[in-house]
Every structure is written in structure tokens, then in C-alpha cells.
Design a protein around this ligand. Structure first.
Ligand code: NAD
Length: 479
């Protein structure tokens, strides 16, 4: 006899657990199976995001930034600090405790919403059946009208630099270091590369990031990515573009990394090497072969616009279906799917996905860059606002950064907002709302912004689009 559910979600990360909660709220009898085990073998809901990604990395970014600011900015505030010391064990314990509080919170939400949370492995057997194998080895058969695959992604393991968990580590390993390495190499100057590079470099590791592409952060508007490269350089992060790693060999003294740059082969030895070259879909053990689930050539589960796979009654959401590998994209898909199963018409707006890099300054963007807008045939007008004349940013001693607005010259509609600066992760919400509501520059121009706030700089950048910024120090493009 199998336990009968309306919805069984396999995967309890940011796509799966909100899907299960929303499905239960809408009256479905719902179970969520999740296999995550932390390094101490304790199971935890929340997937990579809460256990080994977004949340722990933000905790370490915050701690290392505080350390850096105390050491570098106290004097400017007239505060004398004689000794600033780092206790890595305590910093890590704080990080782990934040993850534990949040993953424990999911269990509370499950019980409040009557979701059956099952910790172990879920495998599709066909005909709406799922085998659940608990971490203790016990098994149970579930059946469901709707099965949702939300099994996420895992780091790409490079054949030329395979993870050994000691010298050559992935992003999870890099979040769990117990000492600051003297020298740190990172392959890949993507989001993970610059975030984790910032953490360990602020804490004292001499850090080199090797990036195969000639361009830095190519998804970000070129004006902003160029500015960020300068900021990182000033902070001592050694980012080498056009440096393709050919191989890495771990030995007793470190990892020797060989890379090609400008037609030359060079090598350098690091105490630790983080490989951060992207993530790939994770479907192992979910029974894809057993039920004939169709995957694309890169291993992503194929879905239509309603997250339906090729198997009737089986759906997929989150990293495992590809697109932006971002927790909030997964959350939105999870909620939209649950509501669609209940007959509602919720859709995800893939044109207004916020992206953030939590470095200092932070980087944040939504919509098109200037180059992307031009490539799509728009007649483009742009404006930029520097944080330099912004009173709040100056008072915070964090006036580095720029907000750039990209708009359609014909309709005045905002097509994209790309920025770097203090708390732009939070300022981005206004830009996302602008895109969601199809706002024009005039709409934002007529919206009063509090003074003194960082948000005034978004207003300034929008005004700059039509050459009417009041505090602009950057060049204003006139019509
Ligand atoms: P990424 O795709 O962002 O960057 C990987 C980089 O590695 C690329 O620039 C690529 O050119 C480079 N690379 C690949 N092979 C190389 C080689 N042999 N030598 C040198 N460089 C090489 O991937 P990531 O940084 O690993 O992040 C993985 C995913 O996780 C991304 O989708 C990212 O958006 C997501 N993520 C998001 C956040 C956030 O939202 N703040 C934080 C962490 C991760």
C-alpha cells in the first residue's frame, strides 16, 4: 500500500520547499522529500542555498566586510582601533548557526502548513509512484497525482582540476575553510569566484582569480563591470582575464596551476584552489532513466512553459530546468507551479529577474545592458548617476559606485538598470518594480525619493537619461 498524496515534491531547496508550502496552502495533500546531508551528516531542508550557497556565503561576506571596514575605515570616522583580530572558528560557527536557524525554519513552516517533510532520497518509479528511502535505510512508497522534480544543481568538476576536497575545492569547501590560506587561486571570475575571492582576500589570503574569457562579468553592463574591475584591483584581488587554466596538480606544498595567457603558458602554485566554473543540473538517483524523463544535451530536465515534462503528471522547476541558476527564480517557479496546478494563471516574468553579486561595492542588475539593448534593435538612451555626490553614501564612507539606466529612446520605457555601489542589492527592488510595471523614465522622474537616501541615486540616474540630473558629475547625454 502506498501513501497517497496530491503533490510529491522531490527536492527541498528554494524551488521545492516553497512549491510544497504553496501547494499545501492551496489544499493539496503534499509531501516534500529532500536528501541534503550536511558535512556532519545531519539532514537539513533548504538545499544548496541555505546550507552551502547563498546564506552561508552572505554570512562570511558580511563578517569579512566588517573586519575589512573596521581595519580600513574606522580612522576616517575618528575611531581608533588598536588591534583587529579574526577568529575563523567563531566566524564559521556564526555562519553555521544562521544556516541552522533558517533550515530549521523550513521544518516549522512545513508543520504549520501541514506539508509532510521526508528526509532521504526520492526516486520516481512510474505511474505516479515515488520510492522514499530515508537516511536510516527504511523505505516507503508514495503515490501522487503530481510529482515535482526540484533536485537542483551541483558544481562543475573540471577534469583538468578535479576536486580532492583538500587542496582543490568547490564552493562548499571554500565556505568551510578553517584557516585563511596564505595564497588562494580561483578558477573562474564569475559570481562565486568574486564573492568567495572577496571573503578570503579580505581575511588576508593573497588571491588570484584566473578567468578564461577576455571580458569581466560579461552579463553586466560594460560601464559597471569595468568600474568593478577597478574596485577589485584596488582591494588587492588579482583578476587575470584571458587566462585559461590547462591543468592543476595538488602536491604536499600546494596546487600547481598551469594556465595559458596571451599565447604563453604560465604556472603558479597556491595553498588552495577553488574551482568556480559554473554549476550543472543534478538528477542522479531521481529515477529519470526508470521513467524515461527527457533531459537536454546538457542534462537539464526539458519542460514547457507550464513546467510540464514529457511524462504526464511530472513537472520540474528550479536549477534543474536551466535558465538563471538563482534561488529567487526557483522560488517564483515553485509558487507559480503550485498555483497553476490549482487552476490559477500565475506566470514568472523572466524579463525581470534581479541579479546580485554581494561584493563591496555590490553589483546588481535587472533587464538589458546597453549592448544587449542595442543588439536587440532598440534605439537606446542611457543615464548614469555616481554615488560620489550622494549625501547618504558619503556619510556611510561608501560613495564608490554608479547606477546606469538603459531606456528605449522611442517610448521612454526603462529596459534595464545596472549598478554597483552600497546596498544596490536592496536598491535593485525599485528597478525590478519599474520593469515589472513597464515604467518610463518619466514615471520614476516624477516619483519622490527620500533625502538623504541611497535611492536618490536611482532617481538621479533616471533624470540623467534626459540630461536633467541635478547633482550629476558624470557626463550627461543630452537628447
Ligand atoms: P559562472 O558561470 O558565473 O562563472 C564561471 C566562470 O568560469 C566563467 O566566467 C567562465 O568563463 C570561467 N571558466 C570556465 N572554465 C575556465 C577555465 N578552464 N579557466 C578559467 N576560467 C574558466 O559560475 P559560478 O561563479 O561557478 O556560479 C555558478 C552559478 O551559481 C551561477 O549561475 C551563479 O549565478 C550562481 N550563483 C549566484 C550567486 C548570487 O546570486 N549572488 C552567488 C553564487 C552563485
Amino acid at each position: 500500500m502506498s501513501d497517497q498524496f496530491d503533490v510529491v515534491v522531490i527536492g527541498g531547496g528554494p524551488a521545492g520547499y516553497p512549491c510544497a508550502i504553496r501547494a499545501a496552502q492551496l489544499g493539496f495533500k503534499t509531501a516534500c522529500i529532500d536528501s541534503w546531508l550536511n558535512k556532519d551528516q545531519t539532514p537539513a531542508f533548504g538545499g544548496t542555498c541555505l546550507n552551502a550557497g547563498c546564506i552561508p556565503s552572505k554570512a562570511l561576506l558580511e563578517s569579512s566586510e566588517l573586519y575589512h571596514r573596521i581595519g580600513h575605515e574606522s580612522d576616517a570616522h575618528g575611531i581608533g582601533v588598536s588591534k583587529v583580530e579574526v577568529d575563523i572558528a567563531k566566524m564559521q560557527a556564526r555562519k553555521d548557526s544562521i544556516s541552522r536557524q533558517l533550515t530549521g525554519g523550513i521544518k516549522t513552516l512545513f508543520s504549520a502548513n501541514k506539508v509532510t517533510g521526508l528526509q532521504g532520497y526520492g526516486k520516481m518509479l512510474g505511474d505516479g509512484k515515488v520510492e522514499f528511502r530515508g537516511h536510516d535505510g527504511s523505505t516507503q512508497e508514495l503515490s501522487a497525482k503530481y510529482i515535482v522534480v526540484a533536485t537542483g544543481s551541483e558544481p562543475v568538476n573540471l577534469k583538468i582540476a578535479p576536486f580532492d576536497g583538500e587542496r582543490i575545492i568547490d564552493s562548499w569547501g571554500a565556505l568551510d575553510l578553517t584557516e585563511v590560506p596564505k595564497t588562494l587561486g580561483i578558477i573562474g571570475a564569475g559570481v562565486i569566484g568574486v564573492e568567495l575571492g572577496s571573503v578570503w582576500s579580505r581575511l588576508g589570503a593573497k588571491t588570484v582569480i584566473l578567468e578564461a574569457l577576455p571580458d569581466f562579468l560579461p552579463m553586466v553592463d560594460a560601464q559597471i563591470s569595468k568600474e568593478m574591475l577597478r574596485h577589485f584591483g584596488k582591494q588587492g584581488l588579482d583578476i587575470r582575464l584571458g587566462a585559461k587554466v590547462l591543468g592543476a596538480k595538488a602536491g604536499a606544498k600546494g596546487v600547481k596551476v598551469e594556465y595559458e595567457t596571451g599565447g604563453e603558458t604560465k604556472s603558479e602554485t597556491f595553498e588552495k584552489l577553488i574551482v568556480a566554473v559554473g554549476r550543472k543540473p543534478f538528477t542522479a538517483g531521481v529515477g529519470a532513466d526508470t521513467v524515461g524523463l527527457e533531459l537536454d544535451e546538457r542534462g537539464f530536465v526539458k519542460v514547457d512553459e507550464h513546467y510540464r515534462t514529457n511524462i504526464p503528471g511530472v513537472y520540474a522547476i528550479g536549477d534543474v530546468i536551466g535558465g538563471a541558476m538563482l534561488a529567487h527564480k526557483g522560488i517564483e517557479e515553485g509558487v507559480a507551479l503550485a498555483e497553476q496546478l490549482a487552476g490559477e494563471h500565475t506566470q514568472v516574468n523572466y524579463k525581470a529577474i534581479p541579479s546580485v553579486i554581494y561584493t563591496a561595492p555590490e553589483v546588481a542588475w535587472v533587464g538589458l545592458s546597453e549592448a544587449q539593448a542595442k543588439a536587440q534593435g532598440y534605439e537606446v538612451k542611457t543615464g548614469a548617476g555616481s554615488f560620489m555626490p550622494n549625501g547618504r553614501a558619503k556619510a556611510m564612507e561608501q560613495a564608490a559606485g554608479t547606477i546606469k539606466v538603459i531606456a528605449d529612446a522611442k517610448t521612454d520605457r526603462i529596459l534595464g538598470v545596472h549598478m554597483c555601489g552600497p546596498y544596490v542589492s536592496e536598491l535593485l527592488a525599485e528597478a525590478v518594480l519599474a520593469l515589472e510595471f513597464a515604467a518610463t523614465c518619466e514615471d520614476i522622474a516624477l516619483t519622490m525619493h527620500g533625502h538623504p537616501t541611497l535611492s536618490e541615486n536611482f532617481h538621479e540616474a533616471v533624470l540623467a537619461v534626459d540630461g536633467r540630473a541635478v547633482h550629476a558629475v558624470n557626463k550627461v547625454k543630452k537628447k
